[in-house]
Design a protein around this ligand. Structure first.
Ligand code: ATP
Length: 312
């Protein structure tokens, strides 16, 4: 089974406006509240792909109840640890040119008792987990190296750990030797403190991260597809042009496709096709973590994955 951790879920409220202006009254033409947070986007896409997942992490207050009800509504198994403070609300405002402005709350504080309760449940759930996906930021109150601790537990139990985070929590989490990390270019630059100019830079930086024991590094590049680097080869993924609507959550959708490919035993090339097809399909929908199965099949036929021979 795939287990997905979301430490800081949210109610994502999407507003569509004709024009977004600061300092004036705005009227939304379209409002779409959904259960959000990077891990929940991963879970929603896995569910659409027909895979049952278990969502875990922390939920609290009225917003937490709302998020749970939304997950129940779409049949996503969820076993969040209840917390005293309120889960957060995040806003995504999209204008008629599909320009997006996001306002993200930092979220609730987690107490020591709540962490203990989560860990009790985690130790049980890991017994039936093949792949553990951890997506997004850590919640307030969790130690900075919490992904490192969780990754270490996965290693002990032979569970594939997929870590999609950024900043300090990613940097520390890498020391647990995850099966996969998926930074985008900006995240890879922040991690390495190196400005990326081309694919060879991506390969160089990724190889230095491989030395820390990470098995696969997928660097997502939006409309330019993806590069996967591991100890044996470098794969470059080329994707067709599509008409995009909202790319928020495309990285999460690509993680869903990747996890499913691995769970089903696909080879890495087919896994990368599924992963990118999911990211692309999400980019064509207004809601985050929303994909269309027919589009995914079509994209899989159009996406090209080839071994990249680098000059470095
Ligand atoms: P997020 O943090 O919003 O989830 P990300 O920055 O982690 O996204 P991206 O690199 O934007 O991830 O997207 C992941 C994948 O989705 C890409 O590798 C690609 O396959 C697809 N994708 C994203 N944006 C586009 C686009 N504009 N056109 C086509 N495909 C896209």
């Amino acid at each position: 089974m795939i287990t997905v951790i979301t430490f800081n879920p949210s109610i994502d409220r999407l507003y569509k406006l004709n024009k977004f202006e600061i300092g004036s009254v705005q009227r939304a033409n379209f409002v779409n509240p959904t259960a959000g947070g990077k891990g929940l986007n991963v879970a929603k896409v896995l569910k659409k792909l027909g895979e049952d997942v278990n969502c875990i992490g922390f939920l609290g207050g009225f917003n937490g109840k709302y998020i749970k009800s939304k997950l129940d509504e779409i049949g996503i198994k969820n076993n969040f640890t209840q917390i005293k403070e309120e889960s957060r609300i995040c806003l995504n405002i999209i204008d008629s040119n599909n320009k997006s402005t996001e306002i993200l709350e930092s979220g609730p504080n987690i107490t020591k008792e709540e962490i203990d309760e989560f860990e009790n449940y985690l130790s049980k759930v890991l017994e039936e987990t093949e792949i553990l996906v951890a997506s997004g930021s850590l919640a307030k109150g969790l130690p900075k190296d919490y992904y490192l601790r969780i990754g270490n537990l996965c290693r002990q139990k032979n569970i594939k750990f997929i870590l999609d985070s950024s900043g300090e929590s990613l940097k520390l989490g890498i020391n647990s030797k995850p099966y996969l990390i998926k930074p985008n270019i900006e995240e890879l630059e922040n991690l390495s403190k190196i400005k990326i100019k081309n694919v060879d830079d991506i390969i160089n930086i990724s190889r230095s991260i491989l030395l820390k024991g990470v098995e696969n590094i997928c660097v997502s590049m939006g409309k330019d597809g993806m590069v996967l680097v591991n100890k044996d080869f470098v794969y470059k993924v080329e994707i067709p042009n599509i008409k995009i609507v909202n790319t928020v959550g495309s990285g999460d959708s690509s993680i869903a496709g990747f996890s499913l490919g691995i769970l089903k035993g696909y080879d890495l090339k087919d896994t990368l096709k599924l992963s990118n097809a999911c990211g692309m399909s999400n980019a064509m929908h207004i809601s985050t973590g929303d994909v269309n199965l027919e589009d995914i099949d079509k994209f899989i036929d159009e996406i090209k994955v080839y071994e990249y021979v680098s000059n470095v």
